[in-house]
Write a protein that binds this ligand. Structure first.
Ligand code: SAH
Length: 476
């Protein structure tokens, strides 16, 4: 069953509630709140309903249900304890095209009453389609905490200023920007203190600033390794405010799903071997959209400044006078280590950690292997899956023990994450046996062995590290 959400204007319209107990009372109260003309049909009423009937707030039809009660009703609520009566009422409603809500019976109901967060005039309604009302209520509780009560006042103020705002800022996307800024402006705190005139003046100043808003900008945003929970709050906000999103292939769909729906998404995947041309194209795209006054989010896997070519992009933007900001992200080494239970600088085993790129023969040859082969440091190799044998050879040639543990983390932090462990001696064979694919991160160092005992996410590590090389996990 798929429901169509709607907000109904019930003011002055007759609604029939059948049942005079506490449930009927709750339903009647909510309907009265919405200004409905409530009729309660029941042989007897709860004390509160009784009071409302006496005060003329609800009309009481005393007795058991009769079909003609449905005459003139826009909506009907069945709130008795008689299931067969409920089914009868639902069938009647169906025949007469009157919507009937049957309490606690989603299937028989032709309309559902959602869980509500009331910041009038802003109202948020949540439905689970009757499948999990408890869950809907929990979601409601969470949102209650998130949504400042002042949102209602803000909406009231905006209603008052709406025509004026539209006239001052005719451009839709500029206007959207005004509203976004409004949400993080002093206007809210002024409203919270009840200072409406000051709040209005402050909104007015914000309008001035919006009109003067210069051309577009580019935000370089780190999307993290894949788990959308690892995106920063600032990154999330950037995604919500973006007009255009230029993203790498490495950015997970789950992160992209958080972006503003009507933002234009452009995948700017770099094909291996064709790096240069596409980097130029990315630059051209950033420039084109920013110059058209759009807010461009350049979204990169992990962190934009860790093997992400963020530096080149900033230099380009700077030389073209485009304003930019950078939002860091959780880089693969940090995320994969966390999700594999590998403390990168466990003090028993490592005093430093190095982030190393190994994406081609060329970069392998220019690395300082003497330094990389030193003991008591952890190495995190990015883009290394195709160069495992060169990495092993160089480390061993320069003195790192063949018994040094490694962990290869494929699709770190994503549901399909895999961890392969072993020692330098068998890293190539282990990776091949498990058919490890990109994106994968190689961690080399004593700490890698801890994955066998401390890993917690996804499936258990594949492979073993000989006991002799296992550091004492208890010494953490
Ligand atoms: N800017 C990114 C790195 C880009 S280079 C960052 O900070 O993480 C791409 C390499 O990052 C991949 O080849 C792989 O080695 C690593 N990587 C990125 N995401 C990963 C993930 N979810 N799991 C494992 N490795 C990942």
């Amino acid at each position: 069953m798929k429901l169509y959400p709607l907000f109904a204007d019930l003011s002055g319209r007759q609604v029939l509630v059948v049942g005079g107990g506490v449930v009927g009372e709750r339903k009647a109260a909510a309907l009265l709140e919405a200004g409905a003309k409530v009729v309660v049909g029941a042989p007897e009423l709860s004390p509160a309903l009784q009071g409302w009937a006496e005060a003329g707030r609800v009309e009481w039809w005393r007795g058991t249900f009769e079909d003609h009660w449905l005459d003139h009703a826009w909506l009907v609520v069945a709130a008795t304890s008689d299931a067969s009566l409920h089914r009868h009422m639902a069938a009647l409603g169906e025949a007469r095209r009157i919507f009937v809500n049957v309490v606690d019976d989603a299937e028989t109901s032709s309309f559902h009453v959602p869980a509500v967060i009331d910041r009038s005039p802003v109202v948020i309604a949540i439905s689970s389609g009757g499948h999990a009302p408890m869950l809907a209520r929990l979601i409601r509780e969470r949102l209650e905490v998130l949504l400042d009560p002042v949102i209602g006042s803000l909406a009231t103020l905006m209603a008052r200023m709406r025509a004026h705002i539209k006239a001052r800022v005719p451009d839709v996307s500029l206007r959207r920007r005004f509203y976004e800024r409004l949400l993080s402006s002093p206007v809210q705190s002024l409203l919270r203190r009840g200072q409406w005139a000051l709040a209005e003046a402050s909104a007015e100043r914000l309008l001035d600033a919006t009109e003067a808003t210069p051309a577009g900008s580019v935000l370089l945003v780190g999307a993290g390794p894949g788990d959308p929970g690892l995106l920063t709050l600032r990154g999330l906000r950037a995604l919500n405010e973006a007009d255009v999103i230029l993203h790498d292939r490495l950015v997970s769909i789950d992160v992209l799903a958080l972006a503003r729906r009507d933002a234009e998404r452009i995948e700017v995947a770099k094909q291996a071997g064709n790096h240069h041309a596409t980097q130029d194209q990315i630059h051209a795209l950033m420039l084109e959209h920013a110059r058209a006054g759009r807010r461009v989010v350049r979204l990169k896997g992990g962190d934009p400044f860790v093997f992400g070519r963020g530096g080149e992009e900033l230099e380009f933007l700077r030389s073209h006078g485009i304003p930019y900001e950078v939002v860091p992200g959780i880089t693969a080494a940090v995320a994969c280590a966390a999700y594999a239970g590998i403390p990168l600088t466990h003090r028993e085993h490592a005093q430093s950690v190095r982030l190393v790129t190994a994406h081609c023969r060329n970069s392998i040859d220019t690395l300082d292997w003497q330094a990389l082969a030193q003991e008591r440091q952890t190495l995190a190799f990015y883009m290394g899956t195709s160069e495992l044998s060169a990495i092993r050879q160089n480390l061993i040639d320069h003195g790192r023990a063949a018994t040094t543990p490694f962990a290869l983390i494929e699709n770190g932090s994503r549901p399909e994450q895999r961890i392969v462990v072993g020692t330098l001696a068998n890293v190539v064979e282990q990776a091949m046996a498990s058919n490890v694919r990109s994106p994968a991160l190689l961690i080399v160092g004593e700490v890698a062995a801890l994955a066998t005992t401390l890993s917690w996410f996804g499936s258990a590590p594949i492979g073993t590290v000989p006991a002799a090389t296992l550091p004492a996990a208890a010494a953490a």
